[in-house]
Design a protein around this ligand. Sequence first.
Ligand code: B3K
Ligand code: ZN
Length: 877
Amino acid sequence: MSDPKPTYLSDYRPPAYRVTHTELTFDLDAKATRVKARLHMERHPQAKNGAALELDGERLTLISIAIDGQPLGEDEYSVDAERLIIESVPQTFLLDTEVEISPASNTALSGLYQSSGMFCTQCEAEGFRRITFYPDRPDVMATFSTTVIGSATTEPVLLANGNPVERGSLPEGRHFVTWDDPHPKPSYLFALVAGDLEKVEDRFTTASGREVTLQIWVEEENLGKTDHAMASLKRAMRWDEHAYGREYDLDLFMIVAVNDFNMGAMENKGLNIFNSAAVLTHPHTATDVAFQRVESIVAHEYFHNWSGNRVTCRDWFQLSLKEGFTVFRDQCFSADTNSAPVKRIEDVSFFRTAQFAEDAGPTAHPIRPDHYIEIGNFYTLTIYEKGAEVVRMLSNLVGPEAFRRGSDLYFERFDGQAVTIEDFVACMQEASGIDLSQFMLWYSQAGTPEIDAHGEYDYANGDYRLILRQRTPATPGQYDKQALHIPVRLGLVGTKSGRDLPLTLDGESLGSDTVIHLREEEQEFVFTDVSEAPVPSLLRGFSAPVKLRFPYGREDLAFLLANDSDGFNRWDAGQRLAMLALDDLIAAHRNGVEKVMDTRVVEAFRHLLNAEIDDRAVLAEMLTLPSEAYIAEQQPLVDVDAIHAARNFVKQRLATALRDDFLRLYKANDSDAPYAPDPDQIAARGLKNVALSYLMAIEDEDAIELARKQFAADHNMTDVRHALTLLTHSSRDDIAEPALKAFGEKWAHDPLVMDQWFAIQVTRPQPDVLDRVAFLMKHPAFSLKNPNKVRALIGTFAGQNRVNFHRLDGAGYRLLADVVIELNRLNPEIAARLITPLTRWARFDETRQDLMKAELERIRAEELSPNVFEVVEKALA
Ligand code: B3K
Ligand code: ZN
């Protein structure tokens, strides 16, 4: 096999032929589905006369082909593994093809496949070409009419995009439904579902009075788990009307839950297909985190109806055009629905851990990459989350009114079109009159910019001089970086008053909280009339996706933690303070020196535990130490054992010193009110469970008893899972083992709960965990063919059990590589994602580097899918 070739953005050409209307007929069969396609085609006005017609197609058996009703002779077309070419076609014509495909043997879960006996599709990005021959690219938009034929007994429900227009029975126990989708769409938004499903139905009236039927389709046993998704959907529909003036545009909106799905969900027009984990919830089976995730994913997919479907991407390099924007939209929706500061804290702490790591590794890429081998590898944190941060910066730069004018303009101007990132930014520029040309660099330049900040207060004349220096480190293929346009939101907090001081810059008074624009490599900002010595509060709300360094002393950080008016930066000051203490302890551990706890951290925590803080959800975040992964991101060289030891040490010391405060916090937030996923209850459970984590760090009898009782009370999954996790991760196997066994037996029938059962066990810090992973891989509830299982067991182990994955004998790495090698054949998209932790080898000591590289080499020696090939090549480059 020759190495797969990259696709380049600079090679983009408009399609020579477009499809105005697509008629499809599926005659479903597990091993031999027949797909008939009639494509209404015409030559693009700019294409040259006589251009050949090229259609994408993979794993298709061609049965027949005709143009304008005339079957083609074998010399009139050619087919290879990737495409069908017809040398000569008229200017406008009808193309008829019939192909055969095998959904049952489709383990890649791309195209038409089977999941728990039902048929379903996943076409983004390039799955439609596994269904029929087609110009499978997003800039070809057509209306679709789809007829699905299936067995009336095994597939009583037959769904596709749009509105059902005809149904009827056929001989031999078959039946059909025909669906019409009047909105032109690219093939990646095509969807079909057929199976024995039940529905929950509701209604929504749009702002302009359109009556929409809402349906969530699930397997019968899951009928009781759709309430939250339905409520979230209605909230999202209303929110999009208010926040963006966007209404739903069909009479029917459907969500289907499937068990085998590569991603969270998919925004197919009118027929969203969801990973069951991203839609099903019940107080007894899903945690608060899962409830919130469902709400945000339901909203995200719904929001795509405009940002993605009505206005789509010209080519896949523009992926962040729809994903970054839609993530930004779902983040704002969740912030409005729940606690806004907590939403920001959660998003940023995830971002700084995972996206920063991606940016610092061998797969770093710009938000708009300029080439790829496999687009399936580019559904990344950079495209999604950094893309969202860039849209957030834009909205802050132009301000909310201009941003809304800009988005209105974008949706109106480009409705029904496939466009580029420039088109989006141009609308923002037009609506605001602000020059965004330097800002465009954010889309093409990879890597995390670093800002070094220094400040000096002049007591004599009351000036505060702030110097900012920016630098973006080199990333693979991009060695010279240019200065970016970086919005830095800040305040100066008076050390005497504890208040934000009025800001005057260049004679202009700017209130007490403002955004300064860093555009040069180095820039100086002199604030005048500063009445007292301040501590600067910089990058408030994480106003740009950068690393900001400022030489804060520990007193400064404790001061900001207590006084900053920006909730996000208060939290961040606490994290920075904890990091300074952790750095010392990591060094002590490495040098074999006795560890000494920084009492300023203890006092800061004591203050938090006794202060009047009205946002309890923020308090829970403030009491949470940076994760091991986040700490690792801050180190020049990652020492997993030292990080683990240092973090545990801090936890234990805090717990010992503040035991009574934590106990009080636990009791004050314990409640037996019926479960609701509302912000108040979530905050209370968060605080209670943070307190329990600390108490369990010292494992005294009271703590064990609280955890045991919380598990046994079986009140809701958030509490049960947290208690079971703490017990399983403690030294008390005598309590943990029976609890795990009881839990596993009770929930053996529920795959989503079993995923949690796997995750709880494989994050155990005890060294026996590797045997447990191997053992659990043979458990009847595990299957390598199901992405949720792979993520819960293997992904969680490799990503979250840092001490054991990075074991010095290399057994953790070996296990991961073995799974990747097997999955490379079954499901390349999932296999390629799973390799991620191995690609980060450069961050570790030499012994671990060698072990990790050896496993990457072992993978490389296999016959690889393009997905795995691309990742491994980059990792070893
Ligand atoms: N657009 C889908 C992504 C599917 C990608 C599959 N390779 C989910 C989402 O972002 O909404
Ligand atoms: Zn999306």
